[in-house]
Design a protein around this ligand. Structure first.
Ligand code: PEP
Ligand code: MN
Length: 259
């Protein structure tokens, strides 16, 4: 097993031994929504805020994100809560406008094979959170990361988010083999997204705990103050109370694993 390279997102280190939680809504919907969720997840010890500005939706009729309308919201909330922020870049043309706004670029599952996007991100000095394609082999995922790391930008964190299998009771099958495999075969930090990995709210906490036990460097979890009214992925969002409970259990587990 090689030593994990540390990736810094502002002053937060991923891969340095501390288990890092990234949390926030699937999509940014309004300033009051992001404000409330940020306050809650920060109080529960999440270290990085997430929130979709541009959304890659299966249906063109589904909510596509607030896009430019979200920019001022993000600025205001980052100012107020002082949390590093990660959001998905869905097109190389968005990189420059998002550069000032995000502290880490997220590349989504559907874009893992978008090599022109990856090559462009290699030119920027900003960390990249590279989600696994939902049918990608480990080797393809690692090579996708190399498009960024071998061409300039060494700051890549992998994110396991589940793969498509014959099982239909869950949205995806969360493949935690990948955590052990990536640790064994690369020096890249890896976090797990149990929200997309299960697509079922009540399965998120157990799989977050399993991710920590498997050796992940952190998790990314969707949290919403009113999941029933969420514009995207409400069915898998934790309430702030559920997220707080998850974090307390993660804390107990990671302390036990260290001792
Ligand atoms: C997300 O994180 O909101 C997302 C769309 O994830 P994925 O790309 O893994 O589907
Ligand atoms: Mn989502």
């Amino acid at each position: 097993m090689s030593k994990t390279q540390v990736v810094k997102v502002k002053d937060i280190e991923i891969g340095g031994g501390q288990f890092v939680a990234i949390a926030g809504p699937c999509s940014i919907e309004s300033q009051s929504q992001l404000d409330l969720i940020s306050e809650c997840v920060k109080n529960s010890q999440a270290k990085i805020l997430r929130g979709g500005i541009y959304k890659m939706r299966t249906s063109p009729d589904a909510f596509q994100g607030l896009e430019h309308e979200a920019f001022n919201i993000v600025k205001a909330i980052k100012d107020k809560h002082q949390m590093p922020f990660v959001s998905e870049v869905t097109d190389p043309r968005q990189i420059e406008e998002l550069y000032e706004l995000v502290d880490m670029f997220q590349v989504g599952s559907r874009n893992m094979y978008n090599y022109s996007l990856l090559k462009e991100l290699a030119n920027f000095d900003k960390p990249v959170l590279l989600k696994r394609g939902f049918s990608a082999l480990y080797d393809e995922w690692i090579k996708a990361a190399s498009y960024v790391t071998s061409q300039g930008n060494a700051q890549v964190v992998l994110c396991e988010r589940g793969i498509r299998t014959f099982e239909s009771a869950t949205r995806n099958t969360l493949d935690l083999n990948s955590v052990a495999y990536i640790k064994e075969n690369t020096d890249l930090p890896i976090i797990v997204d149990p929200s997309h990995g299960t697509g079922v709210r009540n399965l998120v906490t157990p799989m977050a705990l399993a991710s920590a036990a498997a050796g992940a460097d952190g998790i990314m979890v969707e949290v919403h103050n009113n999941p029933e009214k969420a514009q995207s992925d409400g069915f898998q969002a934790l309430t702030p109370e559920m997220f707080d409970h998850l974090m307390k259990r993660i804390n107990t587990l990671t302390q036990a694993l260290r001792s």
